[in-house]
Design a protein around this ligand. Structure first.
Ligand SMILES: CCCCCCCCCCCCCCCC(=O)SCCNC(=O)CCNC(=O)[C@H](O)C(C)(C)COP(=O)(O)OP(=O)(O)OC[C@H]1O[C@@H](n2cnc3c(N)ncnc32)[C@H](O)[C@@H]1OP(=O)(O)O
Length: 123
C-alpha cells in the first residue's frame, strides 16, 4: 500500500501518473497536513513527490527498481494550496543502474525543486 500512489492508503498522497512521451507526470496540491515551514510544503514530502515520479517512470517501462541514492535541491518554497506539476525523465542507463532526474514546477513555470537519483533493478 504505497504511501505515494496507492488509492487505498488512508493517509497517502493518492498520486496518479501518466506518461507524456519520454516524461512521467503527476500533479499535487499540498494541504495543511503536508506543511513543514509555515505555509509551505514539507521538504521530505517534496522529496517523496520527486522520488515517486522517477520510480513511476521506471515502473511504466516494466522496470522494478528501488531508489539507491537521491539528491534534492529545494530552490523555492511550495506554498500550501497551490497545485504543482511534477515530472521525471531518464538520464542514463547502465546494467542494473538507472539515473533519472525530476522537477517540481510551480504554476508560473519556475522549478521549486529538482532531484537526481540512481535506481537499481531488483528481482
Ligand atoms: C497492481 C498495481 C500495483 C501498482 C504498484 C505500483 C508500484 C510502483 C513502484 C514505485 C514504488 C517505488 C516507491 C519509490 C521508491 C522507493 O521508495 S524504494 C525504497 C527506498 N529504497 C530502498 O529501500 C533501497 C534500500 N537498498 C537496497 O535494498 C539495496 O541497497 C539495493 C538498492 C536493492 C541494492 O542492493 P543490491 O541488489 O544488493 O546491489 P549492490 O550489490 O549493493 O549493488 C549492485 C551494484 O550497484 C552499485 N551501486 C549500488 N548503489 C549505487 C549507487 N548509489 N550509485 C552507484 N552505484 C551503486 C554497486 O556498487 C554494485 O556495483 P558492482 O559491484 O556490481 O559493480
Amino acid at each position: 500500500m504505497c504511501f505515494a500512489c496507492s488509492p487505498r492508503n488512508p493517509i497517502g498522497l493518492h498520486l496518479r501518473f501518466s506518461m507524456d512521451g519520454d516524461t512521467c507526470r503527476t500533479t499535487f496540491t499540498p494541504r495543511e497536513e503536508h506543511q513543514g515551514w509555515n505555509g509551505c510544503m514539507h521538504g521530505g514530502l517534496i522529496s517523496t513527490l520527486l522520488d515517486e515520479v522517477m520510480a513511476q517512470w521506471l515502473w511504466r517501462q516494466g522496470i522494478s527498481a528501488m531508489t539507491a541514492e537521491m539528491t534534492t535541491r529545494f530552490s523555492r518554497p511550495v506554498p500550501i494550496g497551490v497545485p504543482v506539476n511534477v515530472e521525471s525523465r531518464l538520464v542514463e542507463h547502465k546494467g542494473r543502474l538507472w539515473a533519472l532526474s525530476a522537477r517540481v514546477i510551480l504554476p508560473d513555470g519556475r522549478a521549486a525543486a529538482r532531484a537526481t537519483a540512481k535506481f537499481l533493478t531488483v528481482d
